[in-house]
Design a binder for this molecule. Structure first.
Ligand SMILES: [Zn+2]
Length: 403
């Protein structure tokens, strides 16, 4: 099947008008159709480089903000309304075996947060889970990574020592760690600790890095390591964020994460808007680069997650053209404006019209209305929400779900 969008944003540096895109994947092979999509703009789907899927409860937790460092918040948030309400549905017994029924429901809803804003991938920072957990997700949640929660608190949520975790990466997958999430002496000392432990390498993905100095940021760039920026969460918890001007000056690889809704914004588009609010000089295409190409580099994902491949499109985000400028159009993205989200050759979400065009198996999908559009989505997130409601005894509204 061939489609022809008005504009295709092949990469942050290449935009094409009116070219053919060949959709690739099992639903398309039998379909000999050419569809004019001149009311749309095509992008590579976005990548959310940092989240905790199990923690996408609301409202945000933080009764004693701003915190000097996030380690204080990790304890303090247990007193919050959100934590205690979530506890009714899923009690964290400390095992962090997230494939169990109620934790899996929560984690899947957390992944839908990223699906409904056009993501192909969300990185779930927790201890490594069994394969069945990752396979149950509605979009790609990479299983190839190793991690440490933070050097100060260690792997309290499961996993090996940070040195052992790094060894297990064999340099072929990211080593992910919260680092410098604060403005006090403890978080300021974490970067030198990282280096001393031999953990600053090309596959290191530093989450937050608020406390990093300009010199330390240049060291990150020199070894080819990556940084993940979570502006909403940083401003909410700490009142400061990463020195982004230094990051861009030194050309360190920088991607963007939402963090969970216990501290972050509603989704990745909200992070884009937060960046624009605080740093209006950063060009929109650079923000797009952070959420696509740079993220694929940081997470060790194949190239087809980074760029549109016109003659073999297995990942694609097709969005209603409501703004003339493609990046402005992306900043205006809502679930209702996503016509089609294709990930790994499988349609995940979009206008119901596509369900008929592609002759999709109705058993794999559910439908709902948002705005004035009827939508299809892989799996059944409404049912997941219902299961939570049943346990709570009332309706729980998650603002990242569009139904
Ligand atoms: Zn985090």
């Amino acid at each position: 099947m061939i489609i022809k969008p008005a504009i295709s944003v092949i990469s942050p540096d290449r935009m094409e008008q009116g070219i053919d895109l060949y959709l690739w994947g099992s639903p398309f092979e039998e379909i000999d159709l050419r569809k004019d999509c001149s009311n749309t703009i095509a992008y590579i789907p976005l990548i959310n480089s940092h989240d905790h899927l199990i923690s996408n409860w609301v409202p945000r937790a933080g009764n004693n903000r701003p915190y000097k460092n996030s380690h204080i918040w990790v304890e303090d948030m247990k007193e919050s309304f959100a934590f205690q309400e979530r506890d009714i549905f899923w009690h964290n017994n400390g095992s962090f075996r997230l494939e169990e029924p109620n934790s899996l429901i929560l984690a899947k809803l957390g992944a839908y947060k990223s699906l409904f804003c056009g993501c192909s991938v969300v990185q779930d920072h927790s201890s490594n889970q069994v394969d069945a957990y990752y396979e149950a997700m509605p979009i790609v949640v990479p299983k190839n990574f190793r991690q440490c929660h933070s050097l100060t608190l260690g792997n309290w949520w499961g996993g090996e020592t940070p040195e052992k975790e790094m060894e297990l990466t064999k340099g072929k997958m990211p080593f992910i760690v919260h680092l410098g999430e604060g403005k006090d002496e403890i978080t300021k000392g974490e970067f030198s600790q990282l280096k001393k432990m031999g953990l600053l390498r090309a596959n290191t993905l530093i989450i937050h890095g608020i406390a990093l100095t300009a010199e330390e940021i240049s060291e990150v760039a020199n070894v080819g390591a990556s940084l993940c920026w979570c502006p909403s969460s940083n401003f909410f918890l700490i009142g400061e964020t990463l020195k982004i001007d230094e990051v861009l000056k030194h050309k360190a690889n920088i991607c963007i994460g939402t963090d969970s809704t216990m501290s972050g914004g509603v989704n990745l588009i909200a992070e884009f808007l937060k960046i624009r609010e605080h740093f209006p000089k950063i060009p929109t295409k650079e923000i797009y680069r952070m959420a696509t190409v740079n993220a694929a580099t940081a997470l060790y994902l194949p190239q087809y997650f980074a760029f549109i491949i016109p003659n073999k499109c297995r990942n694609l985000l097709l969005v209603d053209k409501v703004e003339r400028d493609p990046y402005e159009n992306l900043f205006a993205l809502e679930a209702s404006t996503i016509q089609l989200l294709l990930v790994e050759g499988i349609p995940r979400f979009g206008d119901s019209e596509w369900m008929e065009i592609l002759n999709l198996d109705e058993n794999m999908y559910s439908t709902f209305r948002t705005g004035n559009k009827e939508k299809f989505v892989i799996g059944d997130p409404m049912e997941l929400n219902d299961q939570i409601d049943e346990v709570l005894g009332y309706h729980k509204d998650f603002p990242y779900l569009p139904f």
